[in-house]
Design a protein around this ligand. Structure first.
Ligand code: PGA
Length: 267
């Protein structure tokens, strides 16, 4: 079972996730991080940036692989995940740009981009710690409902719900329908790729995520709820706020287990 930690705020969640990442980097300075985009991981990146130099020391050897990328956005588009990762992770943390990989969403070479990405992850020795958000429709990465548990990095079509959810990031480009500016396609690590990471840290905040979190943590394991893959992984930590925990049947047990965790147990 995933370890579920219910915290008062996204900031507290970010601090806990950053603790796990800092411990990993102390043990393995060239650790491989799986980097999520979207609003959810921002408190983790902020906590890391605050403590990076003081506690984590030299981050220049850290390597990273983004979960996904939109298809067909120009490389310099501010909402391309290459640009987002550069702005929100690489620059604030002082990471080394060539160490940080993002799937290639350019139409040139798209046929091989997924295989190339898988090879690069394998060549790096695999992902040590994968940061994950979850979509309101239950997606992880951009693996929309129905994605195969064995899937690897490949092109997917976004659901209209995901395009609506992400329209807020594209507000400056929106002319017509709210979601018009959001690309229809993406390239995403597969659920099979994500399952190979050694530690999954799934974060979720707010009432809009409560149903997806409950389905992921307690629902049946089903491709209809891609987040439910966490139940197949030997080391998953779910860090959520009270609102995102609202639909969990066993929330009291998770709180009890966290409060009474053995002193040696770390995330
Ligand atoms: P969000 O997106 O962090 O912007 O809520 C999460 C996701 O779509 O996986």
């Amino acid at each position: 079972m995933a370890e579920v930690v219910i915290v008062p705020s996204a900031e507290e969640a970010g601090r806990l996730a950053a603790d796990a990442i800092i411990r990993l980097i102390a043990r393995k300075p060239n650790a491989v991080l799986g980097l999520a985009t979207g609003s959810t991981p921002l408190s983790t990146y902020a906590a890391l940036a605050e403590r990076a130099t003081a506690e984590a020391g030299d981050l220049t050897h850290v390597r990273g692989f983004a979960l996904d990328e939109y298809l067909g956005l120009p490389a310099d588009h501010p909402e391309s995940y290459r640009a987002v990762i550069t702005r929100e992770v690489v620059e604030p943390l002082g990471l080394t740009p060539p160490n940080i990989h993002v799937p290639n969403g350019s139409p040139d070479g798209i046929e091989t981009a997924g295989d190339d990405y898988e090879r690069a992850i394998v060549a790096a020795g695999g992902v040590d710690l994968q940061i994950l958000g979850i979509g309101t429709d239950g997606h992880v990465g951009f693996n929309e409902p129905g994605s195969s548990f064995a899937s690897l990095t490949r092109v997917k079509t976004l659901t209209e719900q995901t395009r609506r959810d992400n329209a807020r990031f594209f507000a400056a480009q929106n002319a017509g329908e709210a979601s018009d500016a959001v690309p229809m396609h993406c390239i995403t690590q597969g659920l099979g790729t994500i399952l190979r990471a050694r530690h999954l840290v799934l974060l979720a905040f707010g009432a809009a995520k409560a149903a997806a979190v409950a389905a992921a943590v307690e629902g049946p394991v089903t491709a209809s709820q891609p987040g439910s893959i966490i139940q197949l992984h030997p080391h998953t930590t779910v860090i959520i706020d009270e609102a995102a925990a609202a639909d969990l049947a066993n929330a009291d047990y998770y709180r009890h287990a966290w409060l009474n965790r053995p002193a040696w147990q770390q995330l």
